[in-house]
Design a protein around this ligand. Structure first.
Ligand SMILES: [Zn+2]
Ligand SMILES: [Zn+2]
Length: 352
């Protein structure tokens, strides 16, 4: 089917979500009508309401009707993984469940439907899950004890390693929306895990840039050191402000040495990532109390044809505070405007 900017698909209800490509704008859009039905907890119950007011008389921080609180497991699909692995219902610390309002679904049985035309609308195939990061009704990662927070990252690592084995998936990420201005819809502490059957545009662009330079991430680390943009170092990991931050206090966490995959990293580096994520969120909270933020993991595409292992790649976590909206200029140009230089962002983060 030839590309047409006006092309639309009329997917049946059973075939939602769909993936649409606009080659002219280099844009990919997931049409996922079911997501319109997802609960919007944060609209009814803003984050600035003191958390203590929702505790019951016994001080139990579990909330009736919250699908993510321990004790309410019947409100969600069965979990895929949990910690501790053999914990009983209501006795877990973290768990991963299928997302009831997915951006992508497992359409393995229907993949013959795929068109040879890359720009034609097609079924959005993949895995979309929710990582419930606390059994109680917390809304900040700072409320999770450090060892248990490390367990959350271990759980994500195990799940990503399982997905990397699948021949139908090309790439996966874990991402977090924290606070209303980040796009979060449910207050209870959670992240999302998405695996796709294609390499998304942002990763393709990073890969393409990495192929043009011998050691792009090493250059980034050296540049951060030379310009005073290193914020913190724990074990083998470095937190830095990137050269072109989109918002004040944007920071990235990455290993010093090349390592394409977070799901293959060492237990020491997982611990360091857990420590640094809590440290950076604490610093952001001190600088801008209640700030919303997003983070996402960028790792290389799974090393299977046609993708080759990206030898000079460093997996990294990008943490983006959401202190101002993206507006017309950003949408019109793909450029960003921010008010704080990288060096000043890094200085304030270091001292917070
Ligand atoms: Zn809850
Ligand atoms: Zn990246």
């Amino acid at each position: 089917m030839p590309y047409s900017p006006l092309m639309t698909a009329q997917p049946s209800a059973s075939r939602d979500p769909y993936l649409h490509q606009d080659v002219l704008a280099a844009r990919t859009v997931f049409i996922a009508a079911k997501r319109a039905d997802r609960p919007l907890d944060l609209e009814r119950d803003p984050l600035d309401k003191p958390f203590v007011s929702r505790q019951n008389a016994a001080g139990d921080r579990r909330r009736a009707g919250c699908p993510f609180c321990a004790g309410n497991e019947s409100l969600t699909p069965p979990d895929v993984l949990r910690v501790p692995a053999h914990s009983s219902v209501g006795d877990w610390h973290a768990r991963i469940i299928p997302n009831r309002f997915p951006i992508v679904e497992d359409f393995s049985a229907l993949l013959t439907d795929r068109s040879l035309d890359a720009s034609a609308p097609r079924l959005a195939h993949g895995v979309h899950e929710v990582v419930i990061e606390s059994a109680t009704h917390e809304h900040s990662i700072l409320a999770v004890e450090a060892t248990r927070w490390c367990d959350v990252w271990n759980l994500c690592q195990r799940r990503l390693a399982m997905l990397a084995e699948r021949s139908d998936l090309a790439w996966a990420t874990v991402f977090k929306n924290s606070g209303r201005d980040s796009g979060a819809s449910i207050e209870h502490l959670h992240s999302q895990l998405v695996a796709l059957d294609f390499v998304p545009p942002v990763i393709a662009a990073e890969l393409s840039a990495a192929q043009k330079t011998r050691q792009p991430f090493q250059d980034l680390l050296n540049h951060a050191r030379d310009t005073g943009c290193v914020v913190a170092e724990v074990g083998d990991l470095v937190a830095l402000v990137p050269p072109a931050p989109r918002q004040p206090f944007e920071n990235w966490i990455l290993p010093r040495e090349p390592e394409p995959y977070f799901h293959l990293t060492s237990p020491e580096r997982v611990r360091a990532l857990a420590t640094l994520t809590q440290l950076l969120v604490l610093k952001l909270e001190r600088l801008v109390p209640g700030a919303a933020y997003n983070w996402w993991l960028h790792q290389a595409p799974f090393a299977k044809p046609p993708h080759k292992p990206a030898g000079n790649w460093h997996w990294h976590l990008e943490i983006l505070p959401r202190l101002s909206d993206f507006a017309g200029f950003e949408l019109a140009t793909g450029c960003h405007v921010t008010t704080l230089s990288p060096r000043e962002s890094a200085r304030q983060l270091r001292e917070a």
